[in-house]
Design a protein around this ligand. Structure first.
Ligand code: PMT
Length: 341
């Protein structure tokens, strides 16, 4: 037998460079100031649809001017790598937290502005989309007509009634975004329109917002070519300004503001939530871990106050959702906020 004596092909994949793959020397970004706001919004054009969307929001708020209104943000933002976008960076968020929470807010009588990632989960329809069953699995054929399979009738009727009630009473407005830039422009525009609601406005920021993006000055116009740039694609991203500070101080100074903090390392969750609260001076951070986010969360409030909300094993087996504990607790805090003002 003859041995293959040819030299090995040139190595085409990097190995053993995990430490250097991402530059972690970037310092912690301070909260955004007025200058950062102008700098960002002057150089990143608003989405074309923004004027139309703000008119819709204004009409909705005119209708609900005496009610409590919550802005729920939901799903992940994308970071385009090209102006005519073929590729983008995304994250895991399916919008479960936001869509589920919106339903419980509606149950508590709130009008809901649902600022969500397009095609992520929506209140009510979430029960039958993105699930392990195709929606056709809920259907059956009877006498040549399509009907709901009897075993799903009761549950679907209850969801349908709630959905129709929300629609008939004009309690839910769906506002989609895709990119980080669309999200930021829309958040700012809506929060300013919500100002007349004063303390009756609640911000429930459950979206998983990108931390880095490519500014317009550096983004390539066309699809990045795989040939011609060497073997690697090296990206140079700028940090997204931390606008939570602007929201609290300028865009919605009388509203109650709740942000979420997601971590994967349990040992730093509380610390990071406290740090966010201290840095942005808002009212509450709800901490959650990627692994357990559907069964437990921690409320981190001023004065090193931590309250864990957890589903018991029995509740989990019964399909109870953690949002049915989160939202009543949030509503109680919002009532206190309103009464103190
Ligand atoms: O959608 P699911 O699959 O159900 O997952 C839900 C969730 C885990 C995404 C959600 O519960 C959650 O934790 N969301 C926040 C994720 C996070 O840690 O975000 P952050 O640290 O990047 O931002 C903190 C807060 O500021 C968030 O509320 C965010 O919406 C807001 N933010 C962040 C950056 C920025 N430029 N503007 C913002 O408004």
């Amino acid at each position: 037998m003859e041995l293959n004596r040819q030299p090995p092909p040139t190595r085409r994949f990097s190995t053993g460079e995990r430490e250097n793959a991402i530059d972690r020397t970037v310092p912690v970004l301070p909260p955004a100031l007025e200058f950062d706001e102008h700098n960002y919004f002057d150089h990143n054009a608003p989405p074309e649809y923004l004027d139309g969307m703000t008119k819709q929001v204004q009409k909705f708020l005119d209708f609900h001017k005496h009610n409590r209104v919550v802005l729920v943000t939901s799903g992940g933002t994308t970071v385009p790598l090209e102006n005519q976008t073929v590729r983008f960076i995304d994250n895991f968020s399916a919008g479960t937290r936001g869509a589920t929470s919106a339903e419980y807010f509606l149950e508590q009588g709130y009008a809901v502005l649902f600022l969500h990632r397009q095609f992520s989960l929506l209140p009510y329809s979430r029960h039958y989309s993105h699930s392990t069953h195709c929606f056709l699995d809920y259907m059956d054929e009877r006498d040549g007509s399509v009907v709901v399979d009897p075993k799903y009738q009761e549950e679907m009727l209850s969801v349908l009634r709630k959905y129709q009630a929300a629609r008939t009473k004009n309690l839910l407005l769906l506002l989609p975004f895709t990119t980080i830039n669309q999200y930021l422009h829309t958040l700012r525009a809506i929060s300013v329109i919500m100002q007349p609601l004063e303390s009756r406005a609640l911000f429930y920021l459950a979206a998983a917002v990108s931390d880095f993006f490519i500014p317009p000055s550096r983004i390539p116009e066309h699809k990045i070519q795989s040939k011609g740039g060497g073997n690697k694609l090296v990206m140079d991203l700028d940090p997204v300004p931390k606008f939570l500070n602007r929201l609290v101080e300028k865009w919605a100074p009388s509203a109650m503001i709740i942000s979420f903090k997601l971590e994967t390392d349990p040992t730093i969750l509380i610390f990071k939530a406290e740090q966010a609260l201290e840095r942005y001076s808002h009212q509450l951070v709800i901490g959650n871990l990627l692994q357990t986010r559907k069964t437990e969360v921690v409320f981190v409030g001023p004065g090193q106050n931590h309250d864990w909300l957890r589903l018991s094993d029995e509740q989990q087996a019964d399909g109870i959702e953690i949002e049915c504990m989160i939202i009543p607790a949030v509503v109680k805090l919002h009532s206190q906020w309103i009464n103190r003002r």
